[in-house]
Design a protein around this ligand. Structure first.
Ligand code: ZN
Length: 116
């Protein structure tokens, strides 16, 4: 079953060729703790952006390895793009923006990004 997600106003939407995840990674780094991200990682081949990049603002910092995407209108951040540990392109899905997903039912894996 494909998974879909969107920002609050709907200008950013995507589909993911996977079942909805049951686990999420919660990170305590400077941006994740402020944004409240619940991460799921996938590959660009499974991710289809269904909206225009014109509606998306990109934010990156420090090493600029991750390009955090958020809606220019509503500010929600449904996904990010970056590089994995072997330099491969990855997509980070913010599970808080997945359509119909009960985030309270997710198994949460904590990640100490603040110490890295
Ligand atoms: Zn929006």
């Amino acid at each position: 079953m494909p998974t879909t997600g969107s920002c609050h106003c709907g200008r950013i939407s995507y589909s993911l060729a996977e079942d909805p995840p049951t686990r999420a990674m919660a990170c305590n780094c400077s941006i994740c703790r402020r944004k409240g991200y619940l991460h799921h990682f996938t590959t660009p081949a499974r991710f289809t952006l269904k909206s225009s990049r014109d509606d998306i603002q990109v934010y990156s910092f420090k090493t600029h390895a991750v390009r955090h995407q958020f809606c220019k209108t509503c500010g929600c951040a449904p996904f990010a793009e970056g590089l994995g540990s072997y330099g491969e392109p990855i997509i980070e899905i913010n599970l808080r923006c997945v359509d119909g997903l009960d985030v309270g039912g997710l198994e949460i894996i904590s990640y100490d990004g603040a110490s890295r």
